[in-house]
Design a protein. Structure first.
Length: 156
């Protein structure tokens, strides 16, 4: 999906007029952003700005403002079963790290700001690692033989 299609889809629920009023713009200005193929729209400018900065801070900020989190897709470099197979123990380790941080933080029945930061760090690492595994599966890097190996290892 390109930025103009994303803007068009996003405006469908509230309507262009409502969106324009919320932004202090005319509906024509919004339509021009969506329909003028020769004009760089505000979403693309946001992406271009973030890329030029070589820093995803603006995207992370926008996600937080919208009550979400930004998780960057990892580069899928898995080329064979062995590398994906080696990923599974790492996933389990990261999951264990998240649980350990939560357990440590909850020892006194409260979570401090510093403890919350540690939990978030471990959680982000786990999500990124799991995303790598899922992307490897989607790109066909996980073959049936690997699944059989994993099942055999888990049943031991």
């Amino acid at each position: 999906m390109n930025s103009k299609a994303a803007m068009k889809e996003a405006c469908q629920q509230a309507g262009v007029k409502t969106v324009a009023e919320s932004l202090g713009l005319s509906p024509t200005a919004i339509y021009n952003q969506i329909n003028d193929n020769h004009k760089t729209d505000i979403l693309q400018k946001f992406v271009d700005f973030t890329s030029a900065c070589e820093d995803d801070t603006p995207i992370r900020w926008a996600c937080e403002e919208l009550n979400g989190v930004f998780i960057k897709n990892p580069q899928v470099t898995v080329k064979n079963d062995k590398k994906v197979y080696d990923c599974v123990p790492q996933v389990l380790k990261e999951f264990s790290d998240v649980i350990r941080e939560i357990g440590t933080a909850m020892a006194d029945d409260r979570i401090s700001a510093e403890e919350a930061v540690k939990i978030r760090k471990e959680w982000e690492e786990l999500k990124t690692l799991l995303e790598s595994f899922v992307l490897a599966a989607e790109f066909g890097y996980i073959k049936e033989s690997l699944i059989e190996k994993l099942n055999a290892r888990l049943s031991d």
